[in-house]
Design a protein around this ligand. Structure first.
Ligand code: IPE
Ligand code: IPE
Ligand code: MG
Ligand code: MG
Ligand code: MG
Length: 347
Protein backbone atom coordinates (compact mmCIF):
# COMPACT_ATOMS: atom_id res chain seq x y z
CA UNK A 1 0.00 0.00 0.00
CA UNK A 2 1.40 3.36 -0.94
CA UNK A 3 0.78 6.34 1.29
CA UNK A 4 -2.71 7.04 2.47
CA UNK A 5 -5.59 8.98 0.95
CA UNK A 6 -3.70 12.23 0.94
CA UNK A 7 -5.68 15.41 0.83
CA UNK A 8 -2.93 17.95 0.95
CA UNK A 9 0.26 18.89 -0.82
CA UNK A 10 3.22 17.41 1.00
CA UNK A 11 6.25 19.47 0.58
CA UNK A 12 8.42 18.31 3.39
CA UNK A 13 11.89 18.77 1.94
CA UNK A 14 14.11 21.43 3.43
CA UNK A 15 13.16 24.50 1.54
CA UNK A 16 15.28 25.71 -1.35
CA UNK A 17 15.87 29.42 -1.52
CA UNK A 18 15.41 30.57 -5.08
CA UNK A 19 18.47 31.99 -6.75
CA UNK A 20 18.72 35.74 -6.97
CA UNK A 21 17.36 37.38 -10.07
CA UNK A 22 20.78 38.08 -11.56
CA UNK A 23 20.67 34.46 -12.70
CA UNK A 24 24.16 33.77 -11.38
CA UNK A 25 22.74 31.87 -8.46
CA UNK A 26 21.36 29.10 -10.63
CA UNK A 27 23.72 26.51 -9.16
CA UNK A 28 23.61 27.87 -5.65
CA UNK A 29 20.52 26.25 -4.23
CA UNK A 30 20.79 26.94 -0.56
CA UNK A 31 19.08 24.47 1.72
CA UNK A 32 17.52 26.29 4.63
CA UNK A 33 15.35 25.29 7.52
CA UNK A 34 11.65 25.63 6.93
CA UNK A 35 11.21 29.37 6.60
CA UNK A 36 7.86 29.46 4.86
CA UNK A 37 6.00 32.64 5.37
CA UNK A 38 3.54 32.30 8.18
CA UNK A 39 0.14 31.19 7.03
CA UNK A 40 1.24 29.25 3.96
CA UNK A 41 0.16 25.81 5.21
CA UNK A 42 -3.06 27.19 6.62
CA UNK A 43 -4.01 28.84 3.35
CA UNK A 44 -3.06 25.71 1.40
CA UNK A 45 -5.12 23.45 3.64
CA UNK A 46 -8.10 25.76 3.43
CA UNK A 47 -7.94 25.90 -0.37
CA UNK A 48 -7.60 22.10 -0.65
CA UNK A 49 -10.60 21.66 1.67
CA UNK A 50 -12.59 24.10 -0.47
CA UNK A 51 -11.67 22.14 -3.61
CA UNK A 52 -12.80 18.90 -1.95
CA UNK A 53 -16.11 20.45 -0.86
CA UNK A 54 -16.78 21.73 -4.35
CA UNK A 55 -15.99 18.33 -5.87
CA UNK A 56 -18.32 16.54 -3.47
CA UNK A 57 -21.05 19.02 -4.35
CA UNK A 58 -20.91 18.13 -8.04
CA UNK A 59 -19.98 14.43 -8.05
CA UNK A 60 -22.88 11.97 -8.09
CA UNK A 61 -23.31 10.18 -4.76
CA UNK A 62 -23.30 6.43 -5.44
CA UNK A 63 -25.32 5.84 -2.25
CA UNK A 64 -27.95 8.35 -3.25
CA UNK A 65 -28.40 8.28 -7.00
CA UNK A 66 -31.25 10.26 -8.58
CA UNK A 67 -34.43 8.21 -8.80
CA UNK A 68 -34.21 5.76 -11.67
CA UNK A 69 -30.43 6.20 -12.14
CA UNK A 70 -29.39 3.48 -9.69
CA UNK A 71 -28.01 1.15 -12.41
CA UNK A 72 -25.20 3.72 -12.91
CA UNK A 73 -24.14 3.59 -9.27
CA UNK A 74 -21.02 1.47 -9.89
CA UNK A 75 -19.56 4.01 -12.27
CA UNK A 76 -20.47 6.77 -9.77
CA UNK A 77 -18.57 4.81 -7.12
CA UNK A 78 -15.52 4.48 -9.37
CA UNK A 79 -15.66 8.24 -10.04
CA UNK A 80 -15.79 8.99 -6.30
CA UNK A 81 -12.99 6.50 -5.67
CA UNK A 82 -10.61 8.16 -8.11
CA UNK A 83 -11.47 11.81 -7.42
CA UNK A 84 -11.79 11.68 -3.65
CA UNK A 85 -8.58 9.65 -3.18
CA UNK A 86 -6.80 12.91 -2.47
CA UNK A 87 -4.32 14.55 -4.76
CA UNK A 88 -2.78 17.95 -4.43
CA UNK A 89 -5.71 19.80 -6.07
CA UNK A 90 -3.16 22.10 -7.65
CA UNK A 91 -5.23 23.01 -10.69
CA UNK A 92 -8.53 23.91 -8.95
CA UNK A 93 -6.79 25.76 -6.15
CA UNK A 94 -5.06 27.91 -8.75
CA UNK A 95 -8.45 28.81 -10.21
CA UNK A 96 -9.80 29.72 -6.76
CA UNK A 97 -6.82 31.75 -5.59
CA UNK A 98 -6.29 33.60 -8.87
CA UNK A 99 -9.99 34.40 -9.12
CA UNK A 100 -9.86 35.79 -5.57
CA UNK A 101 -6.73 37.80 -6.38
CA UNK A 102 -8.49 39.63 -9.20
CA UNK A 103 -11.69 40.13 -7.22
CA UNK A 104 -13.68 37.40 -8.97
CA UNK A 105 -16.77 35.71 -7.60
CA UNK A 106 -16.42 32.15 -6.32
CA UNK A 107 -19.92 31.34 -7.60
CA UNK A 108 -18.45 31.57 -11.11
CA UNK A 109 -15.15 29.89 -10.25
CA UNK A 110 -16.47 26.87 -8.35
CA UNK A 111 -18.02 24.96 -11.28
CA UNK A 112 -14.72 25.38 -13.14
CA UNK A 113 -12.68 24.24 -10.12
CA UNK A 114 -14.67 21.01 -10.02
CA UNK A 115 -14.60 20.62 -13.80
CA UNK A 116 -10.82 21.00 -14.12
CA UNK A 117 -10.11 18.49 -11.34
CA UNK A 118 -12.59 16.05 -12.92
CA UNK A 119 -10.78 16.28 -16.26
CA UNK A 120 -7.40 15.95 -14.56
CA UNK A 121 -8.58 12.87 -12.64
CA UNK A 122 -10.05 11.26 -15.76
CA UNK A 123 -6.68 11.76 -17.45
CA UNK A 124 -5.00 9.95 -14.54
CA UNK A 125 -7.50 7.07 -14.55
CA UNK A 126 -6.93 6.51 -18.27
CA UNK A 127 -3.17 7.15 -18.00
CA UNK A 128 -2.91 4.29 -15.49
CA UNK A 129 -4.76 1.73 -17.65
CA UNK A 130 -2.81 -1.32 -18.89
CA UNK A 131 -3.16 0.05 -22.44
CA UNK A 132 -1.30 3.18 -21.37
CA UNK A 133 1.16 3.33 -18.45
CA UNK A 134 -0.12 0.19 -16.71
CA UNK A 135 0.22 1.40 -13.14
CA UNK A 136 -1.17 -0.14 -9.99
CA UNK A 137 -1.09 2.73 -7.50
CA UNK A 138 -2.35 6.29 -7.65
CA UNK A 139 -2.91 8.83 -4.90
CA UNK A 140 -1.93 6.23 -2.32
CA UNK A 141 -4.49 3.68 -3.47
CA UNK A 142 -4.85 0.86 -5.97
CA UNK A 143 -5.68 2.37 -9.35
CA UNK A 144 -9.29 2.55 -10.44
CA UNK A 145 -8.99 -0.27 -13.00
CA UNK A 146 -7.41 -2.57 -10.41
CA UNK A 147 -10.37 -2.08 -8.09
CA UNK A 148 -13.27 -1.75 -10.54
CA UNK A 149 -11.95 -3.47 -13.68
CA UNK A 150 -10.72 -1.94 -16.91
CA UNK A 151 -14.14 -1.44 -18.47
CA UNK A 152 -15.46 0.44 -15.46
CA UNK A 153 -12.28 2.55 -15.29
CA UNK A 154 -12.71 3.55 -18.94
CA UNK A 155 -16.32 4.49 -18.19
CA UNK A 156 -15.41 6.38 -14.99
CA UNK A 157 -12.95 8.43 -17.04
CA UNK A 158 -15.52 9.05 -19.77
CA UNK A 159 -18.13 10.05 -17.19
CA UNK A 160 -15.73 12.42 -15.42
CA UNK A 161 -14.84 14.13 -18.69
CA UNK A 162 -18.49 14.58 -19.58
CA UNK A 163 -19.50 15.62 -16.07
CA UNK A 164 -16.77 18.25 -16.20
CA UNK A 165 -18.58 20.06 -19.01
CA UNK A 166 -21.98 19.51 -17.44
CA UNK A 167 -20.56 21.12 -14.29
CA UNK A 168 -18.68 24.00 -15.95
CA UNK A 169 -21.88 24.93 -17.81
CA UNK A 170 -23.55 25.50 -14.44
CA UNK A 171 -21.46 28.67 -14.13
CA UNK A 172 -24.02 30.31 -16.44
CA UNK A 173 -26.59 29.92 -13.64
CA UNK A 174 -24.46 32.28 -11.50
CA UNK A 175 -23.88 34.89 -14.23
CA UNK A 176 -25.14 38.40 -13.41
CA UNK A 177 -23.91 40.56 -16.29
CA UNK A 178 -23.21 40.17 -20.04
CA UNK A 179 -19.51 40.62 -19.23
CA UNK A 180 -19.61 37.63 -16.88
CA UNK A 181 -21.43 35.62 -19.50
CA UNK A 182 -18.69 36.34 -22.04
CA UNK A 183 -16.06 35.45 -19.43
CA UNK A 184 -17.71 32.06 -18.79
CA UNK A 185 -17.70 31.34 -22.54
CA UNK A 186 -13.99 32.26 -22.70
CA UNK A 187 -13.22 30.05 -19.68
CA UNK A 188 -15.08 27.14 -21.32
CA UNK A 189 -12.98 27.58 -24.45
CA UNK A 190 -9.77 27.45 -22.38
CA UNK A 191 -10.97 24.39 -20.44
CA UNK A 192 -12.00 22.49 -23.57
CA UNK A 193 -9.00 23.30 -25.76
CA UNK A 194 -6.38 22.55 -23.11
CA UNK A 195 -7.89 19.12 -22.40
CA UNK A 196 -8.21 18.04 -26.03
CA UNK A 197 -6.21 17.06 -29.08
CA UNK A 198 -4.35 20.38 -29.14
CA UNK A 199 -3.71 20.03 -25.41
CA UNK A 200 -3.45 17.15 -22.95
CA UNK A 201 -4.68 14.39 -25.30
CA UNK A 202 -2.19 15.46 -27.99
CA UNK A 203 0.60 15.28 -25.42
CA UNK A 204 -0.51 11.83 -24.29
CA UNK A 205 -0.54 10.70 -27.94
CA UNK A 206 3.08 11.75 -28.44
CA UNK A 207 4.02 10.34 -25.01
CA UNK A 208 2.72 6.89 -25.99
CA UNK A 209 4.35 6.95 -29.40
CA UNK A 210 7.69 8.03 -27.95
CA UNK A 211 7.95 4.83 -25.90
CA UNK A 212 10.85 2.47 -26.45
CA UNK A 213 13.02 4.74 -28.50
CA UNK A 214 10.44 5.60 -31.15
CA UNK A 215 11.24 9.22 -30.42
CA UNK A 216 14.67 8.65 -32.01
CA UNK A 217 13.68 6.28 -34.83
CA UNK A 218 11.22 8.76 -36.26
CA UNK A 219 13.99 11.23 -36.85
CA UNK A 220 13.35 14.78 -35.82
CA UNK A 221 14.69 16.41 -32.74
CA UNK A 222 13.99 14.39 -29.60
CA UNK A 223 14.35 17.45 -27.35
CA UNK A 224 11.76 19.31 -29.40
CA UNK A 225 9.34 16.38 -29.27
CA UNK A 226 9.87 16.02 -25.52
CA UNK A 227 9.03 19.69 -25.10
CA UNK A 228 5.85 19.11 -27.10
CA UNK A 229 4.98 16.17 -24.80
CA UNK A 230 5.56 18.12 -21.60
CA UNK A 231 3.94 21.33 -22.75
CA UNK A 232 0.86 19.46 -23.95
CA UNK A 233 0.25 16.54 -21.60
CA UNK A 234 0.97 18.57 -18.45
CA UNK A 235 1.41 22.31 -18.98
CA UNK A 236 -1.90 22.73 -20.81
CA UNK A 237 -3.93 21.50 -17.83
CA UNK A 238 -1.87 23.61 -15.43
CA UNK A 239 -2.42 26.53 -17.76
CA UNK A 240 -6.18 26.09 -17.36
CA UNK A 241 -5.60 26.46 -13.62
CA UNK A 242 -3.73 29.75 -14.08
CA UNK A 243 -5.96 31.20 -16.79
CA UNK A 244 -9.53 30.34 -15.91
CA UNK A 245 -9.71 32.19 -12.58
CA UNK A 246 -8.13 35.26 -14.18
CA UNK A 247 -10.50 35.25 -17.14
CA UNK A 248 -13.59 34.75 -14.94
CA UNK A 249 -12.50 37.59 -12.67
CA UNK A 250 -11.89 39.98 -15.57
CA UNK A 251 -8.14 40.33 -15.00
CA UNK A 252 -6.31 42.87 -17.22
CA UNK A 253 -5.35 41.42 -20.63
CA UNK A 254 -1.66 42.07 -19.98
CA UNK A 255 -1.85 39.92 -16.84
CA UNK A 256 -3.71 37.17 -18.69
CA UNK A 257 -0.98 37.13 -21.35
CA UNK A 258 1.73 36.94 -18.66
CA UNK A 259 -0.12 34.22 -16.75
CA UNK A 260 -0.23 32.11 -19.89
CA UNK A 261 3.56 32.32 -20.24
CA UNK A 262 4.05 31.66 -16.52
CA UNK A 263 1.77 28.62 -16.72
CA UNK A 264 3.70 27.00 -19.58
CA UNK A 265 6.98 27.36 -17.69
CA UNK A 266 5.53 26.09 -14.42
CA UNK A 267 3.79 23.24 -16.23
CA UNK A 268 7.01 22.13 -17.92
CA UNK A 269 8.91 22.42 -14.62
CA UNK A 270 6.13 20.38 -12.96
CA UNK A 271 6.53 17.53 -15.47
CA UNK A 272 10.33 17.57 -15.30
CA UNK A 273 10.00 17.25 -11.51
CA UNK A 274 7.51 14.40 -12.04
CA UNK A 275 10.09 12.66 -14.25
CA UNK A 276 12.76 13.17 -11.56
CA UNK A 277 10.49 11.79 -8.85
CA UNK A 278 9.79 8.71 -10.96
CA UNK A 279 13.51 7.92 -10.58
CA UNK A 280 14.40 9.29 -7.15
CA UNK A 281 11.06 9.57 -5.34
CA UNK A 282 9.62 7.60 -2.45
CA UNK A 283 6.52 5.62 -3.43
CA UNK A 284 4.98 6.07 0.01
CA UNK A 285 5.17 9.84 -0.25
CA UNK A 286 4.37 10.01 -3.96
CA UNK A 287 1.34 7.75 -3.65
CA UNK A 288 2.32 6.08 -6.94
CA UNK A 289 5.01 3.65 -8.01
CA UNK A 290 8.48 4.85 -8.90
CA UNK A 291 10.25 3.33 -11.90
CA UNK A 292 7.11 3.42 -14.01
CA UNK A 293 8.77 5.41 -16.81
CA UNK A 294 11.68 2.97 -17.11
CA UNK A 295 9.28 0.00 -17.08
CA UNK A 296 7.39 1.56 -20.01
CA UNK A 297 10.46 2.76 -21.91
CA UNK A 298 9.20 6.36 -21.73
CA UNK A 299 10.99 9.35 -23.17
CA UNK A 300 11.51 11.57 -20.15
CA UNK A 301 13.59 14.60 -19.29
CA UNK A 302 16.05 12.21 -17.68
CA UNK A 303 16.44 9.90 -20.69
CA UNK A 304 16.77 12.80 -23.14
CA UNK A 305 18.74 15.38 -21.12
CA UNK A 306 20.06 13.56 -18.02
CA UNK A 307 19.39 14.04 -14.31
CA UNK A 308 21.69 17.02 -13.78
CA UNK A 309 20.05 19.00 -16.57
CA UNK A 310 16.63 18.00 -15.24
CA UNK A 311 17.37 19.44 -11.81
CA UNK A 312 18.84 22.62 -13.26
CA UNK A 313 16.05 23.16 -15.74
CA UNK A 314 13.23 22.77 -13.21
CA UNK A 315 14.84 25.62 -11.35
CA UNK A 316 15.57 27.70 -14.46
CA UNK A 317 11.96 27.50 -15.70
CA UNK A 318 10.70 28.38 -12.22
CA UNK A 319 13.04 31.34 -11.77
CA UNK A 320 11.99 32.69 -15.15
CA UNK A 321 8.30 32.20 -14.30
CA UNK A 322 8.73 33.99 -10.98
CA UNK A 323 10.32 36.97 -12.68
CA UNK A 324 7.20 37.26 -14.83
CA UNK A 325 5.03 36.67 -11.75
CA UNK A 326 6.56 39.75 -10.17
CA UNK A 327 5.41 41.86 -13.14
CA UNK A 328 1.72 41.12 -12.60
CA UNK A 329 -0.53 43.95 -11.43
CA UNK A 330 -1.39 41.87 -8.32
CA UNK A 331 0.88 40.44 -5.65
CA UNK A 332 0.39 37.20 -3.75
CA UNK A 333 3.03 35.71 -1.46
CA UNK A 334 1.04 32.51 -1.11
CA UNK A 335 1.09 31.65 -4.82
CA UNK A 336 4.67 32.84 -5.16
CA UNK A 337 5.68 30.50 -2.33
CA UNK A 338 3.62 27.68 -3.80
CA UNK A 339 5.41 28.02 -7.15
CA UNK A 340 8.75 27.90 -5.31
CA UNK A 341 7.68 24.82 -3.37
CA UNK A 342 6.93 22.94 -6.58
CA UNK A 343 10.66 22.89 -7.39
CA UNK A 344 11.35 20.54 -4.48
CA UNK A 345 7.98 18.85 -4.13
CA UNK A 346 8.14 15.20 -3.13
CA UNK A 347 4.58 14.27 -4.12
C1 IPE B 1 0.03 13.92 -11.99
O1 IPE B 1 -0.44 15.19 -11.59
C2 IPE B 1 0.15 13.90 -13.48
C3 IPE B 1 1.14 14.82 -13.98
C4 IPE B 1 0.84 15.79 -14.78
C5 IPE B 1 2.53 14.67 -13.62
P1 IPE B 1 -0.36 15.61 -10.08
O2 IPE B 1 1.03 15.40 -9.57
O3 IPE B 1 -0.92 16.98 -9.94
O4 IPE B 1 -1.30 14.53 -9.39
P2 IPE B 1 -2.32 14.68 -8.18
O5 IPE B 1 -3.52 15.40 -8.69
O6 IPE B 1 -1.64 15.43 -7.07
O7 IPE B 1 -2.63 13.26 -7.79
C1 IPE C 1 0.77 11.94 -17.33
O1 IPE C 1 2.16 11.98 -17.20
C2 IPE C 1 0.17 13.23 -17.53
C3 IPE C 1 -1.29 13.06 -17.79
C4 IPE C 1 -1.85 13.71 -18.72
C5 IPE C 1 -2.10 12.16 -16.98
P1 IPE C 1 2.72 10.76 -16.37
O2 IPE C 1 2.27 9.48 -16.95
O3 IPE C 1 4.16 10.95 -16.17
O4 IPE C 1 1.97 11.00 -14.98
P2 IPE C 1 2.09 10.00 -13.75
O5 IPE C 1 3.55 9.93 -13.40
O6 IPE C 1 1.52 8.70 -14.17
O7 IPE C 1 1.30 10.71 -12.66
MG1 MG D 1 1.65 8.80 -18.83
MG1 MG E 1 1.60 7.71 -15.90
MG1 MG F 1 5.20 10.48 -14.38
Amino acid sequence: MYGTGRSCMRMGEPRCRMPDKSGEGMNRIVETTDNRKEGFSEILEKLVAQCNDVLLKYLPDPQNMPAGEEPASTVAEAMQYSVMAGGKRLRPLLIARISDLYGGRRALAEPFMAALEMIHTYSLVHDDLPAMDDDEYRRGRKTTHVVYGEGMAVLAGDALLNLAYETALKAFEAVKTPGESAAVVHALQILARNAGIFGMVGGQCADLEAENGDIYRRGGDSAVLLEYIHSHKTACMISSGFMIGAVLAGAPPEDIALLEQIAVQIGIAFQIRDDILDVTGDSEVLGKQVGSDEKDGKATYITIHGMDAARKDVLAHTVSALQKWDSLTVKDDFLRNLIEELVTRRS
